[in-house]
Design a protein around this ligand. Structure first.
Ligand SMILES: CC1=C(CCC(=O)O)c2cc3nc(cc4[nH]c(cc5[nH]c(cc1n2)c(C)c5CCC(=O)O)c(CCC(=O)O)c4C)C(CCC(=O)O)=C3C
Ligand SMILES: [Fe+2]
Length: 414
């Protein structure tokens, strides 16, 4: 799909189960069978579009990834531009992509997420356009915003595919959004882009992960009679990036603290659900950078070796750091960590990422509605679990700083 503009539940969209929209009426077959004409007409009468005012469109902003072998190196150079990542590392990472035919699954996963968001919009009577723009591959965010601006849209709400707070998982998205706004401003079509809050502790993300982990743990326990050890995984980042994550005047370490809090809460939930003494811990994957630079540890592979030595035989591997099964998940976990586990005699069940789980998708739409209400100066309910404080929708000045250069960042108070 090269056209980055997808109307909600566009019946022409690839891989989408067409759902009738308010305008179209009950033309789709699958859903029409489940709902009567009267119910559909009633749904259509409830126009939810006002719930997304003042936004002209909602835009899914993601990392991007290559879709063909010749796109791999340009993608990697773009991701690492100005970053001093050694060529050997780029070639090594290129091999991971080439082992999967040069195609990352991330764009297809975002197409599926867009379709699911569109269906949820339709269900709520929201006809606000849903767009998609990537930071590092087509469709590029700047191009998406430019063509939307060409159709008269000026005010956008971004959903990023990243749940936590750190430079890599929050401010870098905000910087790239600011760069797009800057380009469009120079072209004479200034736009405004706001962002939903980081959602690691929104129930749509956190409780969905808790359910998926508990289901996996129960499945292993019921099949093997062994209570599995829970190994949570997220993307490692440099220690310095973790130390400075969070509001400029805060304590830092917000990235690792958020993950530790969710690890603890989900472990407690699995313990309660199974009625067993479940143990869980946080590990990291996908470190890069020079070996001399400290990154967050322990590495998931090192920990699996130690756990085997401690007598653990069943592990449930929960990639809570990621929203879809992209390259980090299918290579670093399903390939590398699985190999390590097999080597040391541990059986691993990898938990699915939240992906297009209806509870997650519905949570994202709740976050859109919440942010829009805030933009209208209303005070919406802002649910949070496991930590009662929802992350601010407008990041504090200096939040998750860029440690190399100061750059403008959108969606914040600085
Ligand atoms: C915290 C975090 C997330 C989670 C939040 C989020 O989801 O955004 C994430 C996601 C992703 N990271 C991805 C890919 C890459 N990340 C790299 C490099 C780096 N990531 C970092 C951090 C993160 N990264 C860091 C501190 C670096 C090194 C310095 C730098 O370059 O900033 C490199 C360069 C080569 C290498 O060093 O490995 C690549 C190719 C893909 C696409 C996968 C696909 O194609 O399916 C995704 C979703
Ligand atoms: Fe990354």
């Amino acid at each position: 799909m090269s056209d980055p503009i997808a109307e909600p539940a566009d019946p022409g969209q690839e891989g989408t189960d067409p759902t009738p929209t308010a305008e179209q009426g009950p033309t789709g077959e699958s859903e029409a069978a489940a709902e009567t004409l009267a119910e559909l007409e009633e749904d259509a009468a409830e126009d939810g579009t006002g719930e997304t005012e003042p936004y002209d469109a909602v835009v899914l902003v993601s990392f991007g990834g290559p879709e063909a072998p010749d796109e791999v190196m340009p993608f990697l150079r773009r991701v690492t531009r100005g970053r001093g990542i050694p060529d050997e590392r780029l070639e090594e990472v290129a091999e991971h992509y080439l082992a999967f035919g040069g195609k990352s699954p991330i764009n297809d996963q975002n197409r599926a997420l867009l379709a699911a968001l569109g269906e949820e919009f339709t269900r709520r009577g929201i006809s606000t356009p849903l767009l998609w723009g990537n930071r590092n591959s087509e469709p590029f965010l700047t191009d998406t915003l430019r063509s939307a601006a060409g159709e008269g849209m000026t005010t956008f709400l971004a959903i990023t595919t990243s749940a936590y707070s750190s430079y890599s998982s929050c401010r870098q998205y905000r910087e790239d959004i600011a760069e797009s706004i800057g380009e469009l401003t120079e072209e004479g079509t200034p736009v405004r882009v706001d962002k939903i809050r980081q959602y690691w502790n929104h129930p749509g993300f956190a409780s969905t992960n808790a359910r998926l982990v508990s289901e996996a743990a129960r499945q292993v326990r019921d099949r093997t009679g062994v209570v599995p050890h829970l190994v949570f995984v997220t993307h490692s980042i440099p220690d310095g990036m973790d130390d400075t994550s969070g509001p400029g005047d805060g304590e830092g370490n917000v990235y690792s603290v958020q993950h530790q809090a969710l690890t603890q809460a989900i472990t407690d939930e699995a313990r309660a659900t199974l009625g067993e003494d479940v143990v869980g811990e946080l590990t990291y994957c996908s470190r890069s950078g020079p070996p001399t630079q400290p990154w967050l540890e322990p590495d998931v592979n090192d920990r699996l070796r130690e756990l085997a030595a401690e007598g653990i035989t069943q592990v449930v591997l929960a990639p809570i750091g990621f929203v879809s099964d992209h390259m980090e998940v299918i290579f670093d976990l399903d390939t590398e960590a699985q190999e390590t586990a097999a080597e040391v005699g541990i059986e691993v069940l990898r938990v699915p990422t939240v992906g297009v789980d209806p509870q997650f998708v519905s949570g994202l739409v709740d976050l859109v509605v919440e942010r829009a209400a805030q933009a209208r100066d209303e005070s919406p309910l802002r649910p949070a679990w496991p930590v009662a404080e929802p992350w601010p929708s407008v990041c504090a000045p200096g939040c998750c700083p860029n440690l190399r250069v100061a750059k403008p960042a959108a969606c914040g108070a600085d």
